[in-house]
Design a protein around this ligand. Structure first.
Ligand code: SAH
Ligand code: SF4
Ligand code: F3S
Length: 437
């Protein structure tokens, strides 16, 4: 039987796309090779958000080229955000790649896969990729609800590679979530680059809050998560729905990127820091225990010392639970690449990055310590012998010993905190949360 292997780089959106492709290939009779050593079809699902992500794809390609040189026979497909409208340059640099496919461009990959088997897609009975759902491999699953991005922040490649915002129909999404629930999934994470933009582009306009409410009625699903939030799109209606829907986890991922208004303007983020803080205040007013994560970029074009200090001040004032920090990486094709100088010296970027990493480490520690002694609900995601691992509603990783099973919701008392995770003791097991009627 023909086999495939998919390497996935980048964000949750790519992970969801890879699973979908994997489901499509399996429909065609291919088998997941699991091992990275040998397959008939290798797919690299790439990310372009920073140079480092692209470099990882290049090194994977280098390994495949060597295999080819040793006489092994297989196809190589590069898909995802590294692939733009024009692949001429890439084709020239990597002539041994058989196929380049943009994000979500599954058909040519499936065509290549069937060609290999000497049959046509028609003979195999065409199937609709839009309705081909990946069989879940655990109790959690990602569900993209809105593709693309319309925001065009000046530094960001995503809109150029993933295209304009396009929401899926609520009926499609709910069908998929029902399918997932029937196959043992307890927690779904709704995905979008700006997930609160969901629904505005549909003929029958809807919004994320309505989607949350519809998921409340899906039997089997115990938790709903969502990412990524965009401060401007985060309406009161959505924040209220997070607070009111019992399944929706009070965990927000809201990238702020910078604490300086001048910088936010250069980034064309479309909000002022006061508006961002007002949104955070609203969340904390409705859900005092909500956990809030953010993203920061340091060293964007023109970032002065005082602008950077404004970011530090914001972090001090806001006390995020998690801070993802990255150093600015110029992306060819973006506005910043074309029009703004990458003028913050490398060393300065590095020291700003380290400073924020330290702040992150200490806030993460603080957030975890605040859980000491508390009883929290864990969804068990992994089990090795009697050692279980799962996450709290806030997304924190917890280890504990018990004979519970993967997919169980378990009450655990936290009694130990390390810099990476938390440990606890089980206090009760139940199948599903009590559904509100
Ligand atoms: N849609 C989300 C996330 C997009 S990409 C948002 O609005 O923020 C994920 C993260 O990568 C971003 O939050 C940003 O912090 C980082 N990022 C994007 N472009 C970057 C670049 N050119 N250099 C460094 N970091 C970047
Ligand atoms: Fe990129 Fe901005 Fe869109 Fe996020 S909102 S994906 S940072 S352009
Ligand atoms: Fe990377 Fe594309 Fe995601 S650029 S971060 S894989 S949307």
């Amino acid at each position: 039987m023909a086999t495939f292997h998919i390497s996935t780089l980048g964000c949750q959106m790519n992970q969801a796309d890879s699973l979908k492709l994997s489901a499509g290939l399996q429909e065609l009779g291919y088998k997941d090779a699991i091992s990275e050593d040998k397959a008939d079809l290798f797919v690299i699902n790439t990310c372009s958000v920073r140079q480092h992500a692209e470099d990882r794809a290049y090194s994977k390609l280098g390994i495949l080229r060597k295999k080819r040189e040793h006489g092994e026979k297989f196809h190589i497909v590069v898909m995802g955000c590294m692939v733009g409208a024009n692949t001429k340059d890439l084709r020239r640099r990597f002539p041994y790649v058989d196929l380049w496919a943009r994000p979500q461009e599954f058909e040519p990959i499936l065509d290549l896969a069937v060609m290999e088997r000497d049959v046509s897609l028609g003979e195999l009975g065409a199937f609709d990729m839009a309705k081909t759902y990946a069989k879940p491999d655990g109790p959690t699953a990602y569900v993209p609800v809105i593709h693309g991005c319309d925001k065009f922040c000046t530094y960001c490649i995503v809109p150029l590679r993933r295209g304009r915002e396009e929401s899926r129909l609520p009926s499609d999404i709910l069908d998929e979530i029902n399918f997932l629930a029937d196959n043992g999934v307890k927690e779904v994470t709704l995905l979008g680059q700006t997930v609160e933009a969901y629904g505005h582009d549909l003929k029958e306009e809807t919004n994320l809050a309505e989607l949350f409410e519809a998921i409340e009625d899906i039997h089997g699903i115990a938790r709903t998560r969502f990412l990524t939030s965009y401060p401007k799109d985060m309406t009161d209606r959505i924040i209220d729905a997070v607070a009111d829907c019992s399944k929706v986890c009070e965990h927000f991922n809201i990238p702020v990127q910078s604490g300086s208004n001048a910088m936010l303007e250069r980034m064309r983020r479309g909000y002022r820091i006061e508006e961002f803080e007002e949104r955070v205040a609203k969340i904390r007013e409705r859900m005092p225990s909500a956990s809030i994560a953010t993203d920061i970029i340091v060293g964007c074009p023109g970032e002065t010392e005082s602008e950077f200090e404004e970011t530090l001040d914001l972090l001090e004032r806001t006390q995020f639970d998690v801070i993802h920090v990255a150093s600015y990486s110029p992306r060819p094709g973006t506005f910043a690449y074309r029009k703004l100088d990458d003028d913050v010296p490398k060393d300065l970027k590095k020291s700003r990055l380290h400073l924020i990493e330290e702040i992150h480490a200490s806030s993460a520690e603080k957030t975890k310590s605040a859980e000491l002694g508390k009883i929290v609900e864990i969804l068990v995601e992994k089990k090795t012998d009697d050692q279980l691992t799962g996450r709290t509603r806030k997304g924190q990783l917890v280890h504990f010993n018990s004979n519970a099973s993967i997919g169980d919701l378990v009450d655990v008392q936290i009694n130990e905190v390390t810099s990476w995770s938390m440990r606890g003791t089980q206090v009760g097991v139940f199948d599903l949360p009590i559904l509100s009627i």
